[in-house]
Write a protein that binds this ligand. Structure first.
Ligand code: NAP
Length: 290
């Protein structure tokens, strides 16, 4: 029997795809806060240690996070708030247990660790400079991982979407919903992001597990899209004939309380040089959406 892959947040938007796609390959042991029998809240160090000691394992895939960026902003600077507790203290609890048990941590992070001011793609060498609280907590978490003495792999993603439907709609399914119901809000022509195809990202996680690769990797598509381009491509792919209104990020920012990154697209050439499969071009990934 293969050694267990412990996983946090495996029932979320990103993790559940890996869980289902690789159910026959990996024995996944979930640390799930909603488990009716043995809930594991990562903010409780003793629960984390007990769960990671429950069977022989080699990897901890850590996806659990407080991911509501708008709600996190309401906790700005609050280290007693749930965002900090889950994202930073929860991650530190996992690091401590990994250190004790000799486990390799695969930590999933975000492009929101950057300030978004760079026009080009962000590389792993670019300094991080979060501008809002979710990004700050995720930055603190990845720093704690990278400063630790354990074996670690940090994978940063941005705006993930998957080919199948998931109840918490991803960016692509939200846009499809808006296109089909004629309720799509104006799409920014001056906001840039680097979509992550979750179907590929699951394969990246599997690749880390197969190869034991360590280090920091930007793990989105490596492409840069505006919201308007992305929505237009989706409409074209699905033969939806409709006018997509253009939005202006600068105008929107005047109405928004929390800071917003103008560009979160990342360069993934470091990852693509070592991966043993090719990432799907986003234009092709869009055609695979159900
Ligand atoms: N979605 C994005 O746009 C995006 C972009 C960049 C990076 N990321 C990163 O990718 C990872 C996965 O994101 P996602 O979108 O799949 O997240 P998600 O759908 O919000 O799922 C988060 C998961 O974390 C679990 N969780 C929350 N608090 C917990 C706690 N105290 N103890 C144990 N588990 C807890 C949740 O469990 P319950 O469901 O039971 O509450 C849920 O399964 C996160 O690290 C996130 O920061 C996401």
């Amino acid at each position: 029997m293969p050694k267990a892959i412990f996983a946090t947040g495996i029932n979320g938007l990103v993790g559940s795809h890996f869980r289902d796609a690789f159910a026959d390959t990996h024995k996944i042991v979930s640390l799930d806060v909603a488990d009716p029998k043995t809930p594991v809240d990562i903010t409780h160090p003793e629960q984390v240690l007990r769960a990671l000691s429950s069977t022989k394992g080699k990897y901890v895939l850590h996806l659990a996070a407080y991911t509501n960026v708008t709600e996190a902003w309401k906790q700005n600077g609050d280290k007693n708030g749930i965002a900090y507790k889950v994202n930073v203290e929860g991650t530190k609890n996992i690091i401590t247990a990994c250190q004790r048990l000799g486990l390799h941590l695969i930590h999933v992070s975000t492009a929101y660790v950057f300030d978004g001011k760079k026009r080009d793609l962000y590389t792993e060498d670019d300094p991080i400079n979060p501008i809002e609280w979710y990004g700050q907590t995720k930055a603190d978490a990845e720093q704690a991982v990278m400063e630790s003495a354990i074996d670690w792999t940090v994978l940063r993603i941005d705006q993930p979407f998957r080919s199948d439907y998931f109840p918490r709609l991803d960016i692509a399914h939200r846009i499809i919903d808006g296109l089909e119901n004629n309720s799509l809000y104006p799409q920014f022509t001056n906001h840039y992001f680097g979509p992550t195809y979750i179907n590929d990202f699951s394969k990246v996680i599997d690749w880390v597990i197969r190869t034991g690769t360590t280090g920091l990797f930007n793990a989105s598509s490596g492409e840069q899209w505006t919201d308007y381009e992305f929505a237009t491509a989706l409409a074209n792919t699905r033969n939806i004939v409709t006018e997509i209104k253009k939005g202006n990020l600068d105008k929107y920012l005047k109405t928004l309380e929390r800071p917003y990154q103008r560009n979160t697209a990342m360069d993934t050439s470091k990852l693509q040089k070592v991966l043993d499969f090719k990432l799907t071009p986003i234009s092709k990934a869009l055609t695979e959406i159900e």
